[in-house]
Design a protein around this ligand. Sequence first.
Ligand SMILES: C[S@@+](CC[C@H](N)C(=O)[O-])C[C@H]1O[C@@H](n2cnc3c(N)ncnc32)[C@H](O)[C@@H]1O
Length: 214
Amino acid sequence: MKQYNLFDLKPIETKSYRAIRHDIVRKKQNSNSNEVHHPLQKINQIHKVLSEENKSNKILELFSGRGNLTKHYQKFGDVSCYDKKYKKTGDSFLVFHNLIFDKKKFNVIDIDAYGFPNRFFPDIYLLIDNGYLFITMPKPSVNILNGITQTHLYSYFGVSNPCKNTIINQIVLWGLCHWRKVELIDQIDLKSIWRFVFKVVKVKATEYTGVKNR
Ligand SMILES: C[S@@+](CC[C@H](N)C(=O)[O-])C[C@H]1O[C@@H](n2cnc3c(N)ncnc32)[C@H](O)[C@@H]1O
């Protein structure tokens, strides 16, 4: 929207509420603010789910940022870290295809992106046969959804503003695309995001369906 100053009649640009809110969130993200990263709650969840007795996990962090979570994951095994800005490893939405091509396997995968993680599904399951998927999911209902986001959500969930149960059920269902039994085992509610943990186990198609191959 343009406003005009009557004294010099030069146009003054004013920002929409959405643009101002976006700028504030971006500033907080860039300064690693706890208000947007919620490191303590995420760290507590990691310690709750993973066993300190097992230090031999192979852990993949696809959005490791400045390492708030990495130093905790390191207590549970070897951590492979990726981050476009801080590790200069490129776009993790593409990198994970390389990891699949290289036949890498992990016991723990952490997806802590700023936006929706939907583009990792269903193929992220090819990287994990038995273990845990930690995932950050923005709450569609608290975000102001523009047409592009609505269409993106519709293409993955069949509705443009999916509720929590629809999202969880779809993530579980995507597991079956690669014969993974997926179960939600923990969740935390962090203002505008959820942090979910899914247990993932590779199953035999014959056993899972009860169909016997001749
Ligand atoms: C929510 S922060 C991750 C925070 C980190 N897990 C922590 O707790 O400190 C998201 C991170 O994703 C990185 N990032 C954004 N887009 C990316 C992309 N396409 N590929 C890889 N990393 C990306 C950003 O640099 C940022 O560090």
